[in-house]
Ligand binder design. Structure first.
Ligand SMILES: *Cc1c(COP(=O)(O)O)cnc(C)c1O
Length: 243
């Protein structure tokens, strides 16, 4: 088990390195985030004790379950799942440093109110639905600028960039189109230069499409199965919490 994880991590880093070389990018610009849904705290620790630092859960329940086992192992925890407003308290309690799945105004409002009341701030990425698939959350690309503007007015929310889940397709050029949409939005938002909006991060690319995402400008690739093996639940289970 441990050997598998270490071997897989090596493979992933080599893939990142290679795509960076191919597209003339510095590998230091691309962070590896481990998507740890269904993965045990023990397995996560193996990765964290061997050079990894950035992990993310989709469900608050799993965040909670693994929290104690991971507190003594240095790491940053992001949240990448659909976040219900009644779970905001837990996101703060379990030390999430960035919500990558901010996709609607009422969530931003409630997150802001909670953060204000406890005197904290939170990094966020605006999640955009670039694939047009109904099963995925995220703001429509046409509404992303307006949402970003509104979220930027909440002083406790620190916008760091954009996130998307690419289309699931073996046709890589269709997947690439999703990443291009996100990159274009990033460029547009940089031009608009909205106060309190930092557009440094583009979180895109997963086990199957990280090369394409890096070629299109990804700064955070989110990888699960290529490191920890396949999961028993379909991804739709994780992308549709509460609906
Ligand atoms: C599970 C998940 C990933 C990682 O997917 P893999 O195909 O296992 O690499 C990335 N992003 C999100 C939002 C996820 O839920």
């Amino acid at each position: 088990m441990k050997e598998n994880i270490l071997h897989n991590l090596e493979t992933i880093h080599a893939r990142i390195q290679k795509s960076c070389e191919k597209s003339g990018r510095n590998p230091n610009e691309v962070k590896l985030l481990l998507a740890t849904k269904t993965v045990s705290a023990e397995q996560i620790k193996t990765a964290l004790e061997n050079g990894e630092f950035l992990i993310a859960e989709n469900k608050v329940q799993e965040l909670k379950e693994k929290y104690n086992d991971l507190t003594n192992t240095p790491h940053d925890n992001h949240f990448i799942g659909h976040l219900q407003t009644n779970k905001i308290k837990d996101i703060l309690k379990y030390d999430v440093v960035c919500v990558q799945s901010l996709d609607r105004l009422d969530l931003a409002e409630k997150l802001h109110q909670r953060l204000l009341s406890v005197g904290k701030t939170m990094e966020v990425l605006i999640q955009v639905n670039t694939s047009g698939e109904e099963s995925k959350f995220g703001v429509h690309p046409d509404e992303a600028v307006e949402l970003t503007r509104k979220v930027s007015e909440f002083s406790t929310l620190k916008i760091k960039g954009l996130m998307t889940i690419g289309l699931f397709s073996a046709e890589i050029e269709k997947v690439r189109l999703c990443f291009k949409i996100l990159k274009n939005l990033q460029q547009e938002l940089i031009r608009l230069d909205i106060p309190n909006v930092d557009m440094k991060e583009l979180s895109m690319g997963m086990s199957g499409d990280l090369e394409t995402a890096i070629e299109e400008g990804s700064t955070i690739v989110r990888v699960g199965t290529a490191v920890f093996g396949s999961r028993i639940y379909p991804d739709s289970f994780y992308w549709n919490e509460g609906v």
